[in-house]
Write a protein that binds this ligand. Structure first.
Ligand code: RVP
Length: 498
């Protein structure tokens, strides 16, 4: 007989937080928003921690390389979408990994006996105007010199001449040892009026280049999410169809974390894919989902998922609940899964982080998701509104909108995400529309973070674990919801009331 789950399916809108006592040292500046991204032993740190608890949805209209760069610079993570060819997704990953965040691994390298024509070709391919001249033309070869686009001109120089004739040789080139910090590197760039400072290991092999042009930019983003080589981190969505080919290609491009992307992740397909990735590439973290209950969480955690994504049918553009009658209010789903996560951690000694995906309509909904125990959130509509998202920005009578479409819409036609049988979407599970344009991600996200920090201050917590451990939530009635909004006050200008 069918089982009826006790309790109704609730959304974030039905809850509010009660303020806790705020101590004097609990201020926005003291708040640490770092949070675990992947499975780890209880009591130890997660091998990858987000510096801020935001990830962007695995969607065509959301997760571009530009958005990935902006979000990682603000401490979060993008999962580049897989609703494109493997080659296209690999190129997206490379674009993020090659982004210059302080110390960069040189991608424009030549040998001293390469011709100037070859140098010009390499520069055109990478779009960079400074090349390292190494003994073997690799990014980690012995550094012999630097050559820039200012050192040669196709009309003035014979392009068949070797690079060695135009480079600044290492003897005349200021360089640094690899134990130097970014601020020391920046001090040298300014003190010695350099554009680029090569950083070498003890044997004179090139490790990094530090560019002056990155200086101001880097100061703006103290909490960037970077890997050991100081490159921005990036994730990628994968599916249960072509992972055997897609995963190795993404790894080769330097992806940091993968996430199986399905509208319903409680499936044997997903557990098979998780086992395959874990067997062949145990070093890469891979998340699973989406699920809406503790049973499904435990299934994926036991199958090896490094984090589990929660949410079915709550997305702004999602009509899965209308079409299939499948789903659960996002707050109920998160609460159920979080309880299973804690039981799993107690039983196995492994903490598997939980991501609340979709249905976050207001900034304070993020705070509620974190207070209810989610380790981080994933958002689509929210990020689709910014300049860095790929949707076109279009004028309307009242301002601007950005295009935003669901992965289950005919436009995205992501049959890999929606198991309707075969390579077709028989019916739509998402809509194709617009979201109000919201400008630059850096400014928008700063505002959201400021609100979350203010909520945490009111709740007397300076860390996310403390926030959820001490959170007191209350259900709201229709009437009290009305009371929450501005009322009684007239918002129109007097002139319009005439
Ligand atoms: P939202 O943040 O409310 O925009 O929700 C984003 C989430 O919606 C995605 O991360 C994904 O789980 C889900 N999604 C994406 N496309 C569709 C659809 O077409 N139904 N749903």
């Amino acid at each position: 007989m069918a089982q009826i789950i006790a309790g109704v399916s609730r959304t974030f809108n039905e809850f509010l937080l009660l303020p806790n006592r705020t101590s004097i040292d609990c201020s926005p500046d003291a708040i640490d928003l770092s949070t675990p991204l992947m499975r780890h032993v209880v009591g130890e740190a997660s091998p990858i921690e987000l510096r801020s608890p935001f990830t962007s949805a695995i969607m065509q209209s959301v997760s571009s390389p530009e958005l990935a760069i902006a979000l990682a610079r603000n401490g979060g993570l993008t999962f580049l979408h897989h609703n494109q060819s493997i080659e296209e997704q690999v190129a997206d990953v490379r674009q993020v990994k090659n982004f210059k965040a302080g110390f960069v691994v040189s991608d424009t390298n030549v040998r001293p006996d390469d011709s100037l024509a070859e140098l010009a070709r390499v520069m055109e391919r990478t779009g960079h105007s400074t090349a390292a001249v190494t003994h073997d033309g690799s990014a980690s070869g012995r550094l012999l010199g630097l050559v820039t686009s200012r050192d040669f001109h196709p009309q003035r120089h014979d392009l068949s001449d070797p690079v060695s004739g135009r480079m600044t040789p290492i003897e005349n080139l200021p360089h640094a040892a690899c134990d130097l910090t970014l601020s020391q590197a920046n001090a040298r760039l300014w003190d010695e009026r350099l554009d680029c400072l090569p950083v070498l290991d003890v044997d004179g092999h090139l490790e990094y280049l530090v560019f002056r042009s990155d200086y101001t930019d880097n100061k703006r983003y103290p909490g960037q999410l970077v890997d050991r080589d100081k490159r921005l981190r990036v994730g990628a969505g994968i599916n249960t169809h072509d992972y055997r080919e897609r995963v190795p290609a993404l790894l080769d491009a330097g992806v940091d974390v993968l996430c199986l992307d399905s509208s319903d992740g409680y499936s044997d397909w997903q557990s098979q894919a998780l086992s395959w990735v874990k067997k062949h590439y145990p070093e890469i973290p891979v998340g699973g989902g989406n699920v809406v209950d503790g049973e499904a969480f435990t299934f994926l955690a036991e199958a090896g998922a490094d984090f589990v994504k929660v949410g079915v049918g709550g997305g702004a553009i999602c009509i899965t609940r209308d079409q299939k009658g499948i789903g659960r209010g996002q707050a109920s789903a998160v609460l159920d899964v979080v309880a299973a996560r804690d039981i799993f951690a107690e039983r196995t000694g492994h903490y598997v982080p939980v991501c609340s995906d979709g249905g976050l309509v207001h900034d304070y909904h993020v705070a509620l998701a974190l207070a209810m125990g989610a380790d981080f959130v994933m958002m689509g509509r929210y990020f689709a509104r910014f300049d860095q998202a790929p949707g076109a920005k279009l004028p309307t009578r009242d301002g601007f909108v950005k295009e935003h479409w669901g992965e289950g819409s005919n436009r995205a036609h992501n049959w890999q995400r929606y198991g309707q049988g075969g390579q077709a979407l028989i019916f739509e599970e998402g809509v194709d529309g617009y979201v109000p344009y919201a400008g630059d991600l850096n400014e928008g996200l700063a505002l959201t973070i400021a609100k979350i920090k203010a909520t945490m201050v009111s709740c007397g917590a300076t860390t996310l674990p403390k926030f959820r451990d001490t959170a007191r939530l209350t259900l709201v009635s229709e009437q009290s919801l009305q009371e929450s909004h501005a009322n009684v006050v007239v918002r129109e200008t007097p002139a319009s009331l005439d």
